[in-house]
Design a protein around this ligand. Structure first.
Ligand SMILES: Cc1cc2nc3c(=O)[nH]c(=O)nc-3n(C[C@H](O)[C@H](O)[C@H](O)COP(=O)(O)OP(=O)(O)OC[C@H]3O[C@@H](n4cnc5c(N)ncnc54)[C@H](O)[C@@H]3O)c2cc1C
Length: 537
């Protein structure tokens, strides 16, 4: 597909946030949705458990949803953002149903389940445990029906074009084996650009996120002058599948919502030692409890298990068809077997700092969804709030892009420079990325300390230096873009984690194990000069 050299709006990412924004924008302009792989390949597609939303006709549940969101965020949720989420959420989800999303129902009534730290069952789900795929399917269909939305698949935003402090467009490049061979790199001018490129789970060696989640949008925004917020808060999902040679497939929180126990290798249900809500305690508490139970005093790893063998009144195969089919590949069965699990990096609470309308501090640049930070999740996201966040803040960012009504930017081609990448340097880069990921797991993971974080920064500085000589010219290659993005995100996480000398939500420091409201009930702001400051949003 030949890309036009100008389009009103460029949306980087085709997950829930990008697609919802594109649909809003298309009534008033031409939209180009760019996605690094095929349309389905996003965190959105893999979402299992569901979407949290207060019941339409129940105002009490709206305020309880707000309370649950605020309390999961451990003192750092930005109140106005959470109010927007829970109060606009029902309308956005009703709209999604109108557009053809089929949530699970019984006798015509929507089924609602409960997940960790929710005071009520308010999670809608689809096809049992394939909620994200269903939402993605219906949003893609809705977007495809708009003549003014064009898709560029297997294409990546490789650079944000800045002129006089304003974003005027992006550089695009082919992104993979099925990349469009009619172009290798092209500048596209626009009136505004939305970063909806999702999270960065690939910065850790253990993650539930797909390979596209390398934080490209966050890194490109930082380079273009945008501020990042709360980058130290990475949520580790407590229960990713842990089996030699198997992928870190997510064992959804909804399993615990349906009554799963967590047991150590001595068969003990140990959560009572960690939190009164037991298995339904906030994610960070469960993840750290599993990490601790899974290691003995000599540092030897022991397995931890999900146990649903006592559940007799629910057909677990019907309720969790995707998870059941996955487990069958390893001859495991939810009704019969203990399921081995351990934590994995799952969701980035931080991201590109925005206001409540998705505006960043750079003119013409907007962000929404997991790549953005409105402060809505604070220090820890409430389960199933992120699909809702993508819908609500994706729509809002689009409204701001329309309201701001910036003139069309003219994007001049980036100056050519020759590539110095060959197969050997690509292999070396791959090795550096693997070292980066393992280093982040060891030094910037679930349990942090000053010593570990400084060691992590030392290693990441070396890796950044080893990447510096590589250059694939204006025709940026995917491996290079992703390595640079991961390196940039890793340093943002480590610097922010080092500056936050307390433990709060998903950020736990062995050397500062307590929450310190007097000094740190504030958001960390990270800038391109690698400085961190703390302030209110
Ligand atoms: C296994 C799993 C289960 C989950 N379960 C739930 C759940 O049950 N409920 C819930 O609320 N949340 C869940 N989440 C979290 C939730 O899915 C995500 O936070 C949310 O979908 C993010 O949406 P997004 O639109 O911001 O980004 P994504 O859906 O991740 O989309 C990002 C898009 O950006 C594109 N992209 C990235 N880099 C570039 C680039 N350089 N150029 C062009 N395009 C680019 C990608 O190709 C992709 O299209 C889950 C996440 C995972 C991984």
């Amino acid at each position: 597909m030949a890309l036009s050299s100008r389009v009103d709006f460029i949306v980087m990412g085709a997950g829930v946030a990008g697609l919802r924004a594109a649909i809003e924008l298309a009534d008033s302009g031409d939209v180009l949705v760019v996605t690094k792989e095929s349309l389905g390949e996003s965190n959105t597609f893999y979402a299992q458990g569901g979407i949290a939303v207060a019941s339409w006709e129940d105002t009490e549940d709206v305020s309880l949803h707000l309370d649950d969101t605020v309390s999961a965020g451990d003192g750092l949720v930005f109140g106005p953002a959470a109010e927007v989420l829970v109060s606009e959420g029902p309308a956005r989800v009703a709209e999604l149903i109108e557009w053809g999303t089929k949530f699970d129902r019984e006798s015509g009534k929507l089924l609602r389940t409960r997940e960790g730290a929710h005071s009520r069952p308010r999670i809608l789900h689809a096809n049992g445990d394939a909620t994200g795929a269903e939402i993605s399917r219906s949003l893609v269909a809705q977007a495809r029906a708009h003549a003014r939305i064009k898709f560029a698949e297997w294409t990546m935003v490789s650079r944000l074009l800045v002129e006089h402090g304003r974003i005027v467009g992006t550089e695009l490049a082919s992104a993979g084996p099925e990349g469009d061979s009619s172009f290798s790199s092209q500048s596209v001018g626009s009136r505004a650009v939305l970063i909806a490129s999702g999270g960065a789970g690939q910065v850790y060696s253990d993650t539930t996120n797909p390979p596209v989640a390398t934080g490209d949008g966050i890194a490109l925004a930082l380079k273009a002058g945008a501020e990042l917020a709360d980058m130290e808060f990475y949520q580790f999902h407590p229960t990713a599948f842990s089996f030699s040679g198997a992928p870190r497939f997510l064992m959804s929180e909804a399993l615990r919502g349906e009554g799963a126990y967590i047991r150590n290798d001595r068969g003990e249900r140990f959560m009572e030692r960690y939190h009164p809500l037991l298995e339904l305690a906030p994610r960070d508490v469960v993840a750290r409890a599993i990490a601790r139970e899974g290691l003995d005093e000599k540092g030897v790893a022991h397995p931890v298990f999900l146990d649903m063998r006592h559940i007799k009144d629910v057909d677990l195969h019907k309720r969790f068809p995707g998870i059941s089919a996955f487990l069958a590949r390893y001859s495991l069965d939810l009704h019969r077997d203990l399921i081995p699990v351990r934590p994995a990096a799952h969701y980035l609470m931080g991201g590109v700092r925005t206001d409540l309308m998705g505006r960043t501090n750079v003119k013409g640049l907007y962000a929404a969804g997991e790549a953005a930070c409105t402060g809505v999740h604070g220090a820890n996201r409430l389960a199933s709030n992120s699909l809702l966040e993508g819908l609500v803040f994706g729509a809002r960012a689009a409204k701001a892009m329309l309201e701001d009504d910036l003139p069309m930017g003219s994007a001049d081609r980036t100056k050519e420079s020759p590539s110095n990448l060959d197969l050997t340097s690509l292999e070396e880069m791959k090795t550096q990325v693997e070292t980066l990921q393992r280093g982040m797991w060891a030094d910037g993971g679930l349990l942090r300390s000053e010593g570990l974080l400084i060691e992590g920064l030392r290693m990441q500085t070396q890796i950044a230096a080893s990447l510096a000589p590589y250059d694939c010219g204006a025709e940026k290659c995917r491996a290079m873009l992703e390595a640079e993005s991961l390196s940039c995100v890793a340093r943002a996480i480590l610097f922010s984690a080092l500056a936050r000398k307390e433990s709060r939500g998903a950020h736990f420091r062995n050397d500062y194990p307590k929450r310190n409201d007097a000094e740190f009930q504030k958001h960390s702001i990270y800038t391109a000069d690698e400085k961190v400051r703390f302030e209110d949003l």
